[in-house]
Design a protein around this ligand. Structure first.
Ligand code: NAD
Length: 495
């Protein structure tokens, strides 16, 4: 059985005392094992990152930027190879895997602008002969803990900015699809990143806790489910670290009666069922304003999903692949059965669909008549299940979205500019789409939700990541010979 090992200081590492199984979700086959790091192995990776820190932070900015320019080129050149690795362990269709790599490349492009991003400020003559300037310096060793659903993009969200800022990193990817992270680390090194700047350790809670408890890790970026995000935030911040912990989501797409309903139905199908609904920005709730809108939309969505082609991600004909594990598939299916028991109407039942495979496939489901308080509404399902909530007005739609515990993304579909603008103003959610169902910000902006979708102050990638991964220092200076000096025991005044 092939063994996926850690990548520490540029080398494969780890004795693999404990291992986890990695499956091909399209066949259900146990394809490889992944080493699950011990605390000592994580400490080794942290020590490698700490050792690499002085030289990396002293490396000239232009030299650092060169790494990102080369990495961008390598990622584009090897996109298909990397996408195949993602599909083999995650299951998403190849075009979707290639799409996440393209979005990750945006973070690399952003990082390549580090000379501009790391500029400080300067104020001349704040007092006679006295100047002030500010510096941005790396925080040190960064821990990066990532989920299964974007095995390339989310590691790039974190590593590109963290490394650009002069930090070194220990990345702990999901143990469910760990190979892409190792390939990524090798590509960084091929692009010129010195060994030890980016280390990868695989593992579970043992590895994560070792990162959170190490005094040598100064900042932690986490993306995953809300319960784990909350506990990571609490433990790492109690240990004095800077933390950003992005959690789960329940993204509502509000459809107004004046919307282009065909466009909205296309958007809903794409955003609810793409990647089998395993996206933190997937639309999982369709909020239809008015019964007429609801009836028309449901008919259009139901008609469109009939033809959806579900199959192995490697088949170019497939539009949707399997789910990540058998257990997850069964849990998602249980929500559809549960919704019917709670009084909702299952318009399309994907759980009844048979697949001639041992893979973790599930058909898509559409559930009408959903209300808060039902599990199908309250929980993040993370699968191909779209719930429809009927409301009677715009105000009711806004109230519903703002009352949800999650607040990652949302969208409004309307032809009315005034309504869309009001929605931007009213809605209490981190990322908003106007006739755009998955409003993941382009790499020059930052990504993050509100409420239970993010613990910590900083959104991830983009400008906020530069703040997160640097400490500022402010220098006040005066040079002898140009201004008179005198003894003055008063508090320094600039007047
Ligand atoms: P997860 O929370 O199960 O795992 C995320 C990471 O935490 C993995 O590396 C995992 O090994 C580790 N982990 C798991 N249990 C742990 C524990 N008890 N203690 C410490 N570490 C632990 O999430 P997942 O199933 O891999 O990913 C799906 C979730 O991630 C969904 O909830 C999704 O919404 C969320 N997500 C959020 C965003 C976002 O930007 N907000 C992006 C992608 C995914």
């Amino acid at each position: 059985m092939p063994l996926i090992r850690h990548h520490i200081a540029g080398h494969e590492a780890g004795a693999a005392e404990r291992t986890g199984a990695v499956y091909d979700p399209a066949t259900g086959e146990h394809r490889s094992d992944v080493a699950l790091a011990t605390t000592a192995e994580v400490d080794e990776a942290i020590a490698a990152a700490k050792a690499a820190l002085p030289a990396w932070r002293a490396t000239g900015l232009i030299r650092r930027a060169d790494v990102f320019f080369r990495l961008r080129h390598l990622l584009a050149e090897r996109r298909d190879e990397l996408a195949a690795i993602v599909t083999s362990e995650h299951g998403k269709v190849l075009s979707d895997a290639a799409g996440e790599i393209s979005r990750g490349i945006e973070n690399v492009e952003f990082a390549a602008g580090l000379v501009h991003l790391l500029k400080g400020e300067h104020s001349e003559q704040v007092s006679r002969g006295v100047d002030v300037h500010s510096l941005r310096q790396p925080v040190g060793v960064v821990g990066a803990i990532t989920p299964f659903n974007f095995p390339v993009m989310v590691p790039l969200w974190m590593t590109a900015s963290a490394i650009a800022c002069g930090n070194t990193v220990v990345l702990k990817p999901s143990e469910k699809d760990p190979s892409a992270a190792v390939t990524l680390a090798r590509l960084y090194e091929e692009a010129g990143l010195p060994a030890g700047v980016l280390n990868v350790v695989h593992g579970d809670k043992v590895a994560v806790d070792a990162i959170l408890d190490s005094p040598d890790v100064r900042a932690v970026s986490f993306v995953g489910s809300t319960p784990i995000a909350r506990s990571i935030y609490q433990r790492a911040s109690a240990n004095g670290k800077r933390v950003q912990a992005l959690g789960g989501a329940k993204n509502h797409m509000v459809v107004m009666p004046d919307a282009d309903l065909d466009g909205a139905a296309n958007a809903a199908v794409s955003a609810a069922y793409g990647s089998a609904g395993e996206r933190c920005m997937a639309v999982s709730v369709l909020v239809a304003v008015g019964d007429e809108t609801a009836d028309a939309l449901i008919a259009k969505v139901a008609e469109r999903v009939e033809g959806l082609r579900i199959g192995p991600g490697t088949d170019p004909e497939s539009e949707m692949g399997p789910l990540i594990t058998r257990e997850h598939r069964d849990k998602v299916a249980s929500y559809v059965a549960g919704a019917a028991a709670e009084g909702a109407t299952v318009v399309v039942d994907g759980t009844a669909k048979a697949f001639d495979s041992d893979g973790f496939f599930l058909g898509v489901s559409l559930v009408d008549g959903v209300r808060p308080g039902m599990k199908v509404y309250d929980d993040e399902i993370f699968g191909p299940v779209l719930a429809v909530v009927r409301v009677s007005s715009y105000a009711e739609a806004v109230e519903l979205v703002n009352a949800n515990r999650y607040a990652n993304g949302t969208a409004i579909f309307t032809r009315d500019g005034g309504t869309a603008r009001q929605f931007e103003f009213d809605i209490e959610v981190g990322m908003v789409g106007v006739n755009v169902p998955i409003p993941v910000p382009v790499g020059a902006y930052s990504f993050g939700g509100w409420r239970d979708s993010l613990f910590g102050d900083s959104h991830i990638y983009g400008p906020e990541s530069i703040h997160f991964y640097t400490r500022t220092k402010v220098v006040t200076s005066r040079w002898p010979g140009h201004t008179p000096s005198q003894i003055d025991l008063g508090f320094p005044s600039n007047h």
